[in-house]
Every structure is written in C-alpha cells, then in structure tokens.
Write a protein that binds this ligand. Structure first.
Ligand SMILES: NC(=O)C1=CN([C@@H]2O[C@H](COP(=O)(O)OP(=O)(O)OC[C@H]3O[C@@H](n4cnc5c(N)ncnc54)[C@H](OP(=O)(O)O)[C@@H]3O)[C@@H](O)[C@H]2O)C=CC1
Ligand SMILES: CC(=O)N[C@@H](CCC(=O)OP(=O)(O)O)C(=O)O
Length: 356
C-alpha cells in the first residue's frame, strides 16, 4: 500500500511511523513536516535509524500537490488543519483518516465545544470506532478517528447503553490521561515540573470529547447493537466528563458510573453482557470477575482492557477501561481503520505485546 502521513513528527504521527515500520505491505510512505522539511526521518527521530523508514525525507506541506497514487492519507495535525487537505485528497480518490476532532461532530456542536469556526464540510465522515461502525468504515472514503478519552469512554459504556441498562441522563465519567495526550509542542501545563508527582483536573465541565461521547452513546441507546449507517440517532444522553492529567507519558484510564435501571443486576450478570458483546473483538479484553484494568498492560498496544463491577448498595455499575492514548486512542485505531478501509486483515501490524 502507498500511504501519506501529514503531521508525521507529532506524537500521533511518530506512533503511526512506529506501527508502520517493518510492515511488508507498505510499498511507499510519503511524510510531511514543515519544521523538518527535507531532513530524513532518522535525523529527526533517531529511534528510526537503520530501519526501513529511516532514510525517507520529510516533505514540506507546500509540496502537497498530487497524491493520487496514494491509497490513503493519515492526517495527524492539530484541530482546524485537516479541512485544508481533505477535499483535495478525496478528489484524487485517496482515502482519508483524520486524527483530529474536525470531522467527528456536526458544525454547531464543533463550534460550541472547540470554540473555533467549523470548516465547510462537503465530505461526510464515518466515525472510526470499529467496535461499532465496522461495516461503515470498510466502505468509507473519510474516517474521523475518535478522540482518546472518547474511545475509552465509549468502549466502557456501549454495552450498557445498547442494552438500556442504565439511566442515560446520569452518566459520570472520571477520566485520566498521560501527558502525551496533549501533543508534543511544549506548553507550561504539560511541562515536566508542572505535572510530575501531582494530579489535577482540567477543562472541567467543558471538555470537547463530551458531545462526541454523548452522540455515540445516544446512537447505541436508540439502535441497540445495530447501526444502519447514515445519520446518528438523536436522543438525550448526558455525560459528566472530568478529565485529569496523570504524571505518566502514555495511557488513558476511565472509570464510568451509571445508575442501573434494574435493581437485581449483579456483577456477574453485567460481566456476562460485556463478554458476549466483545467476544469477537480482537482489541477489547473484558477482564474476569474481580479484576480491573491497568495502564501498563495496554501501553504500546492497540488494546482496550475493560473491568466491570456492580455496587449493589447504590445500584451503580462501574465500567473501567484502560487504553494507550497513542495506541487505541490514536495511531493504533487509525491503522485498524486503515486495514478495514483497504480490505486488509483488521489486526495486521497491530498484534503487539504491552511494553510492561
Ligand atoms: N496525542 C494524543 O494522544 C492524541 C492526539 N489526537 C489528535 O491527533 C492530532 C495530532 O496530535 P499530536 O500528535 O498529539 O500533536 P503534536 O502536537 O504532537 O504534533 C502535531 C503535528 O502536526 C504538525 N503541525 C503543527 N501545526 C501544523 C499546521 N499548522 N499545519 C500542518 N501541520 C502542523 C506538526 O508538524 P511540524 O513537524 O511541522 O511541527 C506535528 O507533526 C491532533 O488533532 C490531536 O487532537 C487524537 C487522539 C490522541
Ligand atoms: C492530555 C490532553 O491534553 N489530552 C487532550 C485530548 C487529546 C485527544 O485525544 O483528543 P482530540 O483529538 O480531540 O484533541 C485534551 O484533553 O484536550
């Protein structure tokens, strides 16, 4: 396959390079970076020295013209950049996967939560969560890769909404991320000395993944396991999402709480529902009774680990999920989507052991 990667020097882009390196089916890779234009990957990113990708030079974005020979383009740039390239790529019959939030929401919700004007969108995008939209992804021209917190939260909660087991208006999500989730450009809030040995909540009540999660869960509530494609179902689902910055490099840890509709549900009952829901999913691991996920068991992988527990005293169900924000939360999921879009084996290049 022939792949173009825009935003190749950011954390999402570098992880994409790591996952593509050594893949025998990559015939050509074109990488873009303005900051490192004309330099070889191995000069800028020494971890690729001596690998199949090391000698490839970054092209400046000004050289972004004819990519019609590419099978797909992966866009790993900050919000607001993808729309400058997407139409041209689609016109050249190149499939596109965008890592940013630009195509995940309708324009009104985008403007409300991203505090930026939404780009004019001619192209419809499929939401790139294979565990729910696999069939739509296979035939998509443009995929909006989900946000990292959104991926973990949705996988944690989907079975509860699809089965209508909880009150959809009172969902609480406590979410924590490693610092690489904030990108590679240095900022005071992600400076080592500001985050080490501490923990703090941020964007409280205002995190941009809130409407993304609500839309996918609403769709699950209305349609159950089935998704017919096309428009999302409209239904009120409300989540209170609180995001916190963990003093680690990689990983997302989500603890989601729902109020059970049926009082007699036990942990074993809910666990059975999760096991059935995800039994055929190659990248979702539902843990046995009494076990809870751990970030180090998913770091460096495309896995999502899920543990569930019912607190019978308060009729609350807890669904806990761990992913690597750069794996299932970004590059891993993008390559899972790419495999689907190109008709390849979905797990190709993604069956990785955790670094732990
Ligand atoms: N980090 C994460 O865990 C996740 C990130 N995402 C999303 O993925 C995208 C990339 O994130 P991440 O890798 O963390 O970001 P980084 O800040 O680490 O990297 C940004 C990349 O985009 C390029 N870039 C910066 N500004 C522009 C611009 N104006 N035009 C074109 N290219 C530009 C940079 O290239 P240059 O070499 O020129 O500096 C760099 O390669 C974002 O939209 C983010 O929201 C999604 C899920 C998880
Ligand atoms: C730690 C941290 O700052 N994380 C980012 C989320 C990054 C991501 O997955 O999402 P988008 O693609 O929607 O930006 C944040 O909270 O905004």
């Amino acid at each position: 396959m022939r792949i173009a990667l825009l935003g190749a020097t950011g954390y999402g882009g570098i992880e994409t390079l790591r996952l593509l390196e050594g893949r025998k089916d990559v015939e050509e890779l074109v990488v873009f970076s303005d900051r490192y234009a004309e330099q070889a990957i191995e000069q800028v990113l020494p971890q690729f020295r001596g690998t199949s990708l090391g000698r490839i030079a970054f092209s400046p974005l000004a050289k972004f013209h004819d990519l019609s020979l590419m099978d797909a383009a992966l866009l790993a740039m900050p919000h607001g950049e993808a729309p400058k390239y997407v139409e041209r790529l689609l016109d050249q019959d190149v499939r596109v996967i965008d890592f940013s939030g630009d195509y995940r929401l309708p324009s009104d919700l985008y403007e409300l939560w991203y505090h930026a004007p939404a780009a004019e969108r001619h192209a419809p995008a499929v939401y790139g969560l294979p565990e729910r939209y696999r069939e739509q992804i296979r035939t998509a021209r443009l995929v909006a890769n989900p946000g990292c917190y959104a991926t973990a939260s949705e996988l944690a909660l989907l079975p509860l909404l699809e089965q209508r087991l909880i009150d959809p208006l009172r969902i609480v999500i406590d979410a924590k991320s490693g610092v690489s989730g904030a990108g590679r450009n240095p900022k005071m809030t992600t400076h080592f000395a500001e985050v080490a040995e501490s923990l703090h909540a941020y964007k409280v009540g205002a995190h941009q993944h809130t409407p993304e999660i609500e839309r996918i869960l609403a769709d699950a509530w209305v349609r159950g396991r089935e998704h017919g494609g096309g428009e999302f179902a409209s239904q009120d689902v409300k989540v209170l999402l609180t995001t916190q910055l963990l003093p680690i490099k990689r990983g997302i840890y989500v603890t989601a709480y729902g109020q059970l509709n049926k009082e007699e549900m036990t942990t074993a009952d809910v666990l059975g529902i999760y096991q059935t829901r995800y039994e055929k999913e190659p990248f979702v691991q539902v843990l046995p009774l009494g076990e809870m996920p751990e970030i180090r068991q998913v770091t460096g992988t495309n896995l999502c680990q899920i543990g569930v527990h019912v607190d019978e005293r308060t009729h609350t169900v807890l669904a806990v999920a761990a992913i690597d924000n750069l794996g299932k939360g970004a590059a891993g999921q993008a390559l899972q989507n790419l495999n689907l879009m190109l008709g390849l084996k979905e797990t190709l290049g993604l069956q990785l052991s955790p670094w732990w």
